[in-house]
Ligand binder design. Structure first.
Ligand code: SF4
Length: 335
């Protein structure tokens, strides 16, 4: 079954946040000033159980979802996440099961994740320079810990590995070439993400955005690139490959080249609210239905209604929105 929204976009990708907690405090996502020691993170009882997540995931897959991405906060902080992965792996029709992590816990978990059925991973890494990296994640975690995680994931066979670098002017944009040089020829796909005005706490400014076109120009000057067709309609990153055969990179240009017209992504928060856009202001509560004993049919019909009514296109219309729009925090719905 295919389920299209009000702009005829099919439901294809589900991003599932399994925790709102993280062991990093990346300034563009979870600034320490807001998410401090006393921040009221979700109590365990309010998190969806693995059984509840799997039951919902099955209903999404029945409606056309082929790809599930596990996110957080930091998903590897959720205890026994391997059990959830094994449960999701058992869903007929699920083609792609992946996970986005900050990589700090990956070195000791990679093998178990693979054995449980995870297919691949995306690792966030904003610089190879320890001073810049720790300034951006606001924790004393060295780059080497993340590089060890990437290596362990590669050894475990979690491929292809994608590396996400959020580029912020005046913070780490001077390291774009270093990152490109490091991952060229590695087989891993480095993606550059434009700094986004997600949530309402990261102090976003347009002049701290480095447009994707500038990043392409900078890299092409060193190593010529050519565009590559998307793997599927709705793929987030614009793909490029090095003409000398040293691999591929991606650009996620939500600010300067918005892609809402082909957006097929739904996001489920750790407490069971469905968000139909990364920049949404409210979610739809599925946990209440689950815990009220509703049937699969009833919950499925609610999902149909929510998705069919979806008309989000925030990035296309960014400038027309008020700067203080109470957008959901990215750390709560997993980017
Ligand atoms: S802004 Fe919303 S609708 Fe547009 S691409 Fe992002 S998540 Fe999709």
């Amino acid at each position: 079954m295919t389920l299209n929204d009000a702009r005829n976009r099919p439901l294809h990708d589900l991003r599932v946040s399994v925790t709102d907690r993280c062991n990093f405090r990346c300034t563009y996502c979870m600034p320490k000033e807001v998410f401090g020691r006393d921040f009221p993170f979700l109590p365990r009882a309010e998190l969806l159980t693995f059984e509840e997540i799997t039951r919902l995931a099955r209903l999404f897959v029945e409606r056309g979802v082929e790809k599930i991405r596990l996110t957080g906060g930091e998903p590897l902080l959720r205890r026994n996440i391997e059990e959830l992965i094994a449960m999701l792996r058992g869903i007929d029709g699920l083609r792609d099961l992946t996970l986005t992590t900050n990589g700090s816990l990956l070195a000791r978990k990679a093998e178990a994740l693979r054995e449980a059925g995870l297919q691949r991973v995306t690792v966030s890494l904003d610089s190879l320079d320890d001073a810049v990296f720790t300034a951006m994640n606001d924790m004393d975690v060295p780059v080497q810990r993340v590089l060890d995680g990437i290596e362990a994931a590669d050894r475990a066979g979690l491929r292809p590995i994608k590396i996400n670098m959020v580029v912020k002017r005046g913070t780490n944009d001077q390291h774009v070439i270093d990152m490109a040089r490091y991952f060229r020829g590695s087989g891993h796909i480095l993606r550059f993400i434009e700094f986004m005005d997600v949530g309402h706490t990261n102090g976003w400014k347009m002049d701290e955005v480095v447009p994707a076109a500038d990043i392409i120009r900078t890299i092409s000057a060193e190593w010529p690139l050519e565009p590559v067709d998307p793997n599927y309609v709705g793929e987030v990153a614009n793909r490029y490959r090095y003409i000398d055969g040293q691999g591929e990179i991606g650009l996620i240009a939500s600010v300067t080249q918005s892609f809402c017209s082909a957006c097929t992504r739904a996001r489920l928060s750790a407490e069971g609210k469905l968000y139909t856009c990364l920049f949404a202001t409210h979610g739809h509560d599925f946990r209440a239905l689950l815990r009220a004993g509703d049937t699969d049919e009833g919950i499925g019909q609610f999902l149909d209604r929510v998705w069919r009514a979806r008309s989000d296109r925030y990035s296309d219309l960014r400038s027309s929105y008020a700067a203080d729009l109470p957008k959901v925090e990215m750390s709560y719905i997993g980017g």
